[in-house]
Design a protein. Structure first.
Length: 348
């Protein structure tokens, strides 16, 4: 099956974004099943997204065996879940190849330095820093040294923590995008925080996007209209699938609607207009705008006044703003009713 997606050069995009980068987050919804992961890649490609995103967990490197699980997923211990659903290096290689064959950029969040190194060995074109790693300074410094373009989620961090994380990547001149994110699953509209997109952009002078955990597309659409250059949302084949993300994810048909909507907004956002002239609306102006006309028969020498002049369509005569330049003058000849008056028809 040929990829539907326009080929994306991620290095060029980071230098000058020319459309909103749409990331479909598979996460660990594959439940450790390689073939299911491939089906999810196909669903992402069919949606028209740019990037398919997974999560690379190396349990021993990122968590204690008895570390607590989040409230929204406690079906099995977190450590056990990460070990059971992890892919080998060769399996990741296979998934990356599958994604790229469908025209997608392959991306995976790394949750440890070891996971970052694995992805670097895999030859990824893009890294993702999950919200929980923003305070992991050794990890951030290691990531920044790779010089691989990076997307950073801000979900559970305050300004001081973000300042430090941003500074690490800025000093290394590692290209990156910061995502506004609310680490709630799902997030309600009142908690999305689209106002932070502009605040982050002004504070850090960098591109900003949205990692959206809401159960609709409205927040994503709003973010793109506000200038977000990246939108990330979860995708699943069914909200009944096992795992921590499936019930908070969009179905393939919903994700396709998301991408279609964003592409329309892209056309709006990346094709700026100006008001220097209105020449392109010449025909519409002639049809819809108005001109100064006579509202009664006027004899030669009769005074032109507001009683015998008016303003009506079409806009092919004297513009309405000039009516007071005509009022008080004399008719240069007999003028019929409902006539588009000209400058030659009025004399001092």
């Amino acid at each position: 099956m040929k990829p539907k997606n326009k080929k994306l050069n991620i290095d060029t995009w980071f230098k000058k974004p020319d459309r909103c980068l749409v990331i479909a987050e598979v996460g660990s919804t594959h439940n450790g099943d390689l073939e299911l992961a491939k089906k999810l890649i196909d669903a992402v490609a069919d949606s028209g997204a740019d990037v398919v995103k997974f999560q690379t967990h190396i349990a021993e490197a990122e968590t204690l065996p008895n570390a607590p699980s989040p409230s929204f997923f406690n079906a099995e211990p977190r450590f056990q879940y990460f070990k059971r659903t992890a892919f080998t290096f060769d399996q990741w290689k296979e998934l990356k190849k599958k994604a790229e064959s469908r025209g997608l950029v392959f991306l995976s969040s790394s949750f440890s330095i070891e996971a970052t190194d694995m992805l670097e060995k895999l030859g990824v074109k893009l890294h993702k820093i999950p919200s929980g790693e923003i305070t992991n300074i050794p990890y951030l410094k290691h990531m920044a040294k790779t010089r691989t373009p990076t997307i950073m989620s801000s979900g559970m961090s305050h300004w001081k923590e973000l300042d430090e994380a941003v500074e690490i990547f800025t000093k290394k001149k590692n290209p990156f995008v910061l995502l506004q994110c609310t680490s709630e699953y799902p997030v309600i509209p009142e908690r999305v925080g689209l106002n932070l997109i502009e605040e982050m952009r002004k504070r850090y002078k960098i591109p900003v996007g949205l990692s959206d955990h809401s159960m609709h597309n409205y927040a994503a659409f709003g973010s793109v209209a506000l200038g977000a250059v990246v939108v990330e949302k979860h995708i699943t084949l069914s909200r009944d699938m096992y795992g921590s993300d499936a019930k908070h994810s969009l179905l393939p048909s919903e994700f396709k609607e998301l991408v279609e909507g964003i592409r329309v907004i892209d056309k709006i956002m990346y094709n700026p207009r100006d008001k220097k002239t209105a020449d392109e609306f010449g025909e519409m102006r002639r049809v819809f705008q108005k001109s100064v006309v006579t509202t009664a028969e006027i004899k030669k020498g009769q005074t032109l006044s507001e009683k015998n002049l008016g303003i009506k369509k079409p806009g092919t005569g004297i513009a309405p703003k000039h009516i007071y330049d005509i009022v008080g003058k004399k008719a240069a000849r007999d003028l019929p009713k409902d006539y588009l008056i000209t400058w030659k028809d009025a004399k001092k």
